[in-house]
Write a protein that binds this ligand. Structure first.
Ligand SMILES: Cc1ncc(C[n+]2csc(CCOP(=O)(O)OP(=O)(O)O)c2C)c(N)n1
Ligand SMILES: [Mg+2]
Length: 275
């Protein structure tokens, strides 16, 4: 990735972080921590690596992005709006009754959303199914599945891994938002998983570790994943929950707490002021 491209993506991420805090403050709702954590992952996919635009949204050869950790929907919506899937003003209706932008992504209501997610784990087998269907029909497309590290407590995630390996799903690229924190505490406190990389390796995956807040590193990891044939790849993207807002970083309390006035002021100051 060129320095110029990286700078463009970094600027976009900063804008998304500001927009996120603004809308979560306005609406007194939402999930700041996991949205801030997944910012570079989504932005790198939508604005650099994934072949997806509104023009080709019904074309089977498009790449598909499945946000398995559906609670980070606000960051997905900001990316989709910026991409032109719907008007940017729609974000101001986040979680309103009858809004197309609900608290968790709904593929029937929102243009660009590939899969309805929210129940942790449920998006992953769906993503595998999409990837396998494309592979079966010789469609040259990648499916990207984004998992949370609390989400991988779900048994269905590991059942999906077994199938991805069995069916040689090398067009499924999984990205783990590896922030070490879930809703009620750290991942270690809630459900210690041991060596996560080793676990995925044991399930037959090719594993790649990268800095999940460095768009160039994420993109390079995706390139590596694409070059590995015959087995599924997972990118273990090291992230910080609440990244970019000091008092939210690494704190499970910011998984789903509303952004009050005083938080808003401080967060916007840290993110370069209201623009
Ligand atoms: C099956 C299921 N159980 C519980 C929840 C409630 N829940 C929503 S998010 C979350 C924690 C997710 O943690 P993680 O995957 O680490 O997400 P991130 O840190 O990226 O926000 C929980 C327990 C849910 N959505 N689905
Ligand atoms: Mg987490």
């Amino acid at each position: 990735m060129t320095n110029e491209k990286k700078q463009q993506l970094d600027e976009l991420c900063l804008k998304f972080r500001r927009n996120l805090i603004e809308v979560l403050h306005d609406k007194q709702t939402g999930h700041p921590g996991g949205s801030l954590s997944v910012c570079e992952i989504l932005t790198t996919l939508y604005f650099n690596d994934a072949n997806i635009t509104p023009e080709i949204k019904d074309d089977r050869s498009r790449d598909k992005i499945v946000l398995c950790k559906g609670h980070a929907a606000p960051m997905l919506y900001l990316n989709l709006a910026e991409k032109g899937f719907f008007a940017k003003e729609e974000i101001n209706t986040l979680r309103d009754i009858d809004s197309m932008l609900q608290g968790h992504p709904c593929s029937k209501e929102t243009p660009g959303v590939e899969a309805s997610t929210g129940p942790l784990g449920a998006g992953y087998p769906l993503a595998l199914g999409v990837a396998l269907s494309d592979m079966h029909d010789n469609i040259d497309a990648y499916t990207y599945a984004i998992l949370g590290d609390g989400e991988i407590n779900e048994g269905v995630v590991w059942e999906t891994c077994m199938n991805a390996y069995k069916f040689k799903a090398d067009k499924l690229i999984t990205i783990l938002d590896w922030n070490g924190v879930q809703l009620d505490g750290t991942t270690e406190e809630i459900m210690p998983m041991g060596d996560i990389e080793l676990k995925f390796k044991a399930f037959g995956y090719n594993t790649i570790v990268c800095d999940g807040h460095d768009c160039a590193a994420i993109s390079a990891a995706i390139e590596t994943a694409k070059s590995v044939k015959g087995v599924p790849s997972i990118i273990l993207a090291k992230t910080v929950k609440g990244k970019g807002v000091s008092f939210m970083e690494g704190k499970n309390i910011w998984h789903g707490s509303p952004v009050k006035d005083e938080h808003y002021e401080q967060a916007m100051k840290e993110l370069g002021g209201a623009q």
